[in-house]
Design a protein around this ligand. Sequence first.
Ligand code: HQG
Length: 184
Amino acid sequence: MNDARRTRISKYLALHLRHQPEAIGLMLEPGGWVPIDQFLAASAAHGFPITLDDLSEVVERCDKKRYAFDPTGTKIRANQGHSTDVELDLPPTPPPAELYHGTATRFADSIRAEGLKKMARHHVHLSADVATAVAVGTRHGRPLVFVIDAASMSRDGCIFYRSANGVWLVDAVPPQYLRDLPTG
Ligand code: HQG
């Protein structure tokens, strides 16, 4: 399968496993799971046929590990990033001392004033390293990275979750826990 086809399938998975399962007649099970045979049947019925081999290749080769099969190999889900209502059942996990959030420079003033909000997603997404944060920020424009004082947030009672693909998730980051990443 070529890169373009893999990307198309990955975007199709994101659309229907994170945002609009109902658009192809699916309903996410608790944890966000969908039986693979149902997913393949629904995508074929809606004009986007995918083979099981192609699906497996997309899940395995996805650089961000966006999707996962369950241990029985019969279900698939998105590891994070949902906007549709889903409970991922992730265990609360103590964070490292610092985490990072990459955004675009044009959002910086608003973020400094009101902190990080979830916007359309279920959580605010934080990165474990600066390089990942820069890549996330670049999706929105000229990147800017905030350092999050996760140790203090955790001490003050904020619950952190870590998705299966290493993204840290919180409800919000109030402005007092944010500082600019020193440059130069
Ligand atoms: C910004 C990708 C103004 C926030 C990535 C971000 C990530 C504010 C945007 C995952 C704000 C939301 C998530 C405030 C937050 N004022 N702007 N108070 N609070 N924002 O895409 O974190 O490819 O929903 O900084 O790798 O960029 O989908 O979140 O710029 O892990 O697998 O509002 O998406 O993964 O944008 O990205 P997003 P994100 P996938």
